[in-house]
Design a protein around this ligand. Structure first.
Ligand SMILES: *[C@@H]1O[C@H](CO)[C@@H](O)[C@H](O)[C@H]1NC(C)=O
Ligand SMILES: *[C@@H]1O[C@H](CO)[C@@H](O)[C@H](O)[C@H]1NC(C)=O
Ligand SMILES: *[C@@H]1O[C@H](CO)[C@@H](O)[C@H](O)[C@H]1NC(C)=O
Ligand SMILES: *[C@@H]1O[C@H](CO)[C@@H](O)[C@H](O)[C@H]1NC(C)=O
Ligand SMILES: *[C@@H]1O[C@H](CO)[C@@H](O)[C@H](O)[C@H]1NC(C)=O
Length: 239
């Protein structure tokens, strides 16, 4: 049983060898983190008793190398932030920065003398900011033609609109939503969500009638802030 498994894995190895590059790509996966996080880059099928381990930031920049004794850390951005766990082969990186985003490479020399590589890509991203909903409306008779735009400073985000139509939940993946409201048929609330792989934020607007928005607490807050600003400015001018 055990020896058959051994044979099988040997065959697989030989089959994969000419396609080593492809094989490492297939095994690779992405890890997402926000700046300041601690991350561990790790493979699940670490070979037993490896002769050596090397982690690369890019194909030509070594972070750490272990052959025997203590691991050797190279003079890189990672010098005081990365630690190699010899047992699992994991590379622990503290306080990741955006510049740490890369496809990392782990090269292992197995006890059989074969060399094997794994690729893991790390993407360090800021969280998205809360979106702002811009409303353009034109009233025609009783109906209201609406263009709702979800705006954020961020790029490479996914936009999703959520609303209800006849008490059925609806959604649309787009930054702009066009709707025509009639007194008989309109949604009282629209939520826009922006997300990237590590975070998500949303904003909601409410309607009290087909073409009238409920005043939001955000707007109210803006108004009182303006009053304070203006009062302060007037005070400054008078003194
Ligand atoms: C990262 O790890 C360090 C020490 O290993 C710890 O002090 C710190 O709290 C950790 N930070 C986070 C965000 O987990
Ligand atoms: C989102 O935008 C803010 C402000 O421009 C920026 O600080 C942040 O890095 C951006 N986040 C992403 C994921 O792009
Ligand atoms: C609503 O407005 C958009 C753009 O302003 C326009 O393209 C669309 O035809 C209008 N729809 C109706 C039903 O008036
Ligand atoms: C909007 O955000 C709140 C809190 O951040 C969350 O509870 C809610 O599920 C989100 N709604 C949508 C539609 O994503
Ligand atoms: C919209 O209505 C919901 C539920 O009625 C409420 O929780 C939310 O605060 C309202 N949002 C705005 C911006 O008025």
């Amino acid at each position: 049983m055990c020896s058959r498994r051994w044979e099988w894995s040997l065959t697989l190895e030989i089959l994969l060898l000419p396609h080593l590059f492809l094989a490492t790509n297939i095994q690779g996966h992405s890890i997402y983190a926000i700046p300041g996080n601690n991350v561990s880059l790790q493979i699940s099928n670490m070979p037993q008793n490896p002769r050596s381990l090397t982690w690369f930031y890019t194909t030509d920049q070594k972070i750490v190398e272990w052959e025997f004794g203590e691991p050797k850390y190279f003079d890189t951005n990672f010098k005081d932030r990365a630690t190699l766990d010899r047992q699992s082969g994991a590379l622990h990186i503290r306080k990741v920065q955006k510049e740490d985003s890369s496809t990392y490479l782990l090269r292992v020399l197995k006890d059989t003398g074969d060399e094997k590589e794994w690729k893991i890509s790390l993407v360090v991203l800021d969280p998205v900011l809360k979106p702002v909903i811009e409303v353009k409306k034109t009233q025609k008779m009783n109906s209201c033609n609406l263009t709702l735009s979800c705006v954020t400073q961020n790029q490479s985000v996914t936009y999703t609109w959520y609303w209800e139509s006849g008490s059925f939940p609806k959604q649309l993946q787009s930054s702009v939503l066009q709707k025509v409201h009639t007194p008989q048929d309109y949604s009282k609330s629209y939520t826009c969500q922006v997300s990237n792989p590590i975070s998500s934020q949303n904003s909601t607007i409410n309607f009290t009638s087909p073409c009238v928005l409920a005043s939001s607490s955000g707007v109210a807050w803006m108004a009182s802030w303006l009053v304070i600003m203006v009062t302060t400015l007037l005070n400054l001018l008078w003194t």
